[in-house]
Ligand binder design. Structure first.
Ligand code: G6P
Length: 231
């Protein structure tokens, strides 16, 4: 069993792109909406919506298409997109949990670490339920928890408070630039999920959890933390 260091006790995970690949479902639902509105929306552009709230995402698509909508129309279409999205995630199964995530969560908990899920998605609980991941988190915060969007660190601060730990004793795992920025601003340790060139502000970037044990991550983060001052 890995001994958790004195310094790192909390593990805060973003959901979309870190635990499960729901981005493909978000894209399908937004794409359907963009098609209806005649807006060109290639998959590469969807990268720019990572971590944005539902309404912020809709506003971006409208901006790209040069379209205007009243607030009431925006609420209506955001709701339509959400219904399509919910139809897509309804049939998710535990097999869709990304490789290595479950063993990593189990190892963290066996080692005495506390785990939090912090997502900007209001559908986070539904995704956790259909993938049977709820029991692996001590704290679950969905998109209804934080009032400020990333890069404001509120979502992670709420998670740390619920875990009863200071940010400096927590590692955030996030796949998006905005999430990495939020963690840095909040004084958290941050492990990026993805490509190092896309997430230069992360302390450590891994492609996923598949080839990592808890000890590897703790060692790398602590080594970096001792050579730089985060905050
Ligand atoms: C996450 C995803 C975004 C999504 C947002 C809101 O941050 O990365 O793509 O727009 O959650 O999700 P929701 O399920 O509430 O529409």
């Amino acid at each position: 069993m890995t001994d958790l260091s004195e310094k790192m006790k909390g593990f805060v995970f973003n959901l979309d792109g870190v635990i499960v690949d729901t981005a493909k479902y978000h894209y399908r639902a937004w794409r359907r909406l963009a098609d209806e509105m005649g807006v060109d929306f290639p998959i590469e552009q969807h990268e720019q919506l990572r971590s944005l709230s539902r309404m912020e995402s809709l506003e971006k698509i409208l901006e790209w298409g040069g379209l205007y909508m009243t607030e009431a129309e925006k609420l209506h279409w955001a709701d339509v997109k959400n219904n399509w999205y919910q139809g897509l995630i309804a049939n998710m199964s535990p097999e869709e949990v990304l490789p290595g995530v479950l063993p990593f969560l189990m190892e963290v908990r066996r080692s005495g670490g506390r785990t939090a899920l912090s997502s900007a998605s209001r559908n986070a609980r539904a995704v956790l339920a259909s993938t049977q991941l709820e029991p692996y988190f001590d704290v679950i915060l969905d998109g209804s928890a934080a009032r400020k969007s990333k890069p404001h660190p509120e979502c992670f601060q709420l998670a740390a408070a619920a875990l009863d730990l200071p940010p400096a004793e927590c590692i955030v795992f996030d796949d998006a630039v905005l999430g990495v920025q939020a963690a840095r601003i909040g004084g958290f340790h941050i492990v990026g999920i993805g490509n190092p060139e896309d997430l230069p502000a992360a302390e450590l970037v891994i492609s996923g959890f598949e080839n990592y044990r808890l000890a590897d991550i703790l060692e790398a983060v602590e080594k970096l933390a001792s050579t730089e001052h985060i905050g």
